[in-house]
Design a protein. Structure first.
Ligand code: CTP
Ligand code: MG
Length: 402
């Protein structure tokens, strides 16, 4: 994991902007992505790299309280000791300068990374450190992949050769004395740039490129939040749920499991069609959604649910999932039943449940087991079922603005 050369350095993470392009009533760096504020995600990326010895965060004067609360909520005491909060300025450049002033002069390399760029990898951070040591100054950047047009208003003027074009990202940095020199010179000349490289270029300092990543994008406009949520989807937005149900055998009732009517001399007792298997799945889905249980949604004293097909209830639960912008990823269900033999019906059950859940049958696993004549299922008094499901985000919400 460790960088072989073990080059160390500090990072300034400017977070004093107001996020005008994002809009809304709080600066974008405090907006949550999968429950964690963007700034906390960004800081976390640097805390995960031991070669980063210090992190300085310039923030707007009226956001000191917000940032202090954020640091205590998301980082351990030891991590917080690596972080210094300072007051930023009216422009990104002024904020970074305020950050530089808080870094001891003996720190060999100083990186700067936007507070609103939460998906930078440890590899990119380390490569920037190494390139700064080897060449003086470096930035992360990605090659331009679209064809680039120059236009006058909406009128295309010409196509620009993109072969030598890169989009600058952050981290950007340099050996401490070079970066301080570039900032000093910019201040003296009244030169303003939107990144460190502009200032280094202004000072005549050569800057090396480190391959960045499309994932290392800056959250700037509302659409970027959709991308950010999708990227952080991984584990953060997954939800697991568990369901259990059992029903007693009763004569004169049909035996319905997973929507399949199974030939047997006994059926299951219940207010609905007593489809134990589907009920366990419904409870697992409601569990994953944090939405209570089947009894809360379909009370057994409510006449509208008398003898109702449980597959219809499952469809209603999936409609609730859609409302919550969630989809089912997969389910694993175990039916506990001494008899009848269920194996011949399992494919049809899978197909029924998968259709209701709008998922491919392969994602709905159904197993049946006996309990070797033990317990209530073993004595043939009834049937039980356990289900676990995984649910995830359905993707971007249709906000109606696109
Ligand atoms: N930044 C800063 N101080 C400023 C302006 C910007 O520390 N006076 C920080 C932002 O908080 C952000 C990074 O610099 O983390 C990159 O700037 P940008 O994406 O432009 O953020 P904002 O300036 O907040 O957004 P906008 O330009 O849309 O207002
Ligand atoms: Mg800005």
């Amino acid at each position: 994991m460790q960088n072989r050369n073990n080059h160390t350095g500090a990072v300034v993470i400017p977070a004093a902007g107001s996020g005008t392009r994002m809009g809304g009533n709080q600066p974008k760096q405090f907006l949550p992505v999968s429950g964690t504020p963007i700034l906390a995600l960004t800081i976390g990326r640097f805390l995960a790299v031991p070669e980063i010895t210090g992190i300085v965060v310039p923030v707007a004067p009226d956001h000191h309280g917000t940032v202090t609360r954020l640091l205590t909520a998301f980082f351990s005491g030891a991590d917080q000791q690596r972080i210094t909060v300072v007051t930023g300025g009216a422009t990104r450049q002024e904020s970074v300068l305020a950050g530089l002033e808080a870094i001891p002069v003996d720190i060999p390399v100083i990186l700067v990374h936007d507070g609103a760029r939460p998906f930078v990898s440890a590899t990119i951070i380390r490569q920037c450190l190494c390139e700064c040591v080897a060449h003086g100054a470096a930035i992360a950047a990605v090659r331009v992949s679209d064809t680039i047009k120059e236009a006058a208003g909406k009128e295309v003027r010409r196509t620009i050769d993109r072969r030598n074009l890169w989009r600058a990202q952050t981290p950007q940095g340099a050996k401490g004395e070079l970066l301080r020199h570039a900032y000093g010179l910019a201040e003296r000349d009244g030169f303003t740039g939107t990144d460190e490289a502009s200032l280094l270029e202004h000072a005549g300092i050569p800057v090396r490129i480190v391959e960045g990543s499309e994932q290392n994008f800056k959250i700037t406009r509302p659409d970027d939040l959709v991308l950010a949520a999708a990227l952080s989807t991984g584990v953060a937005q997954m939800r697991v749920g568990h369901g259990f149900d059992a029903h007693k055998f009763k004569s004169g009732r049909k035996l319905i499991l997973g929507g399949v009517t199974i030939p047997h001399d006994l059926g299951l007792e219940g207010h609905s069609d007593a489809d134990t298997l589907t009920h366990a799945l419904i409870d697992a889905l409601l569990g994953a959604m944090g939405a209570g249980d089947i009894g809360r949604h379909f009370p057994d004293h409510d006449e509208q649910f008398r003898n109702i097909r449980s597959l219809t209830l499952l469809e209603k639960v999936m409609a609730l999932a859609t409302e919550k912008n969630m989809v089912m990823v997969n389910a694993d269900i175990t039916i506990i039943c001494q008899y009848p033999k269920l194996a011949p019906h399992i494919d049809e059950m899978r197909a029924n449940l998968a259709r209701a859940c709008r998922i491919e049958p392969g994602a709905v696993n159904i197993k049946a087991t006996t309990t070797e004549m033990m317990g209530f299922t073993g004595r043939g008094e009834g049937i039980a079922a356990h289900a676990v499901v995984l649910m995830g985000p359905a993707g971007p919400k249709n906000t109606g603005t696109a």
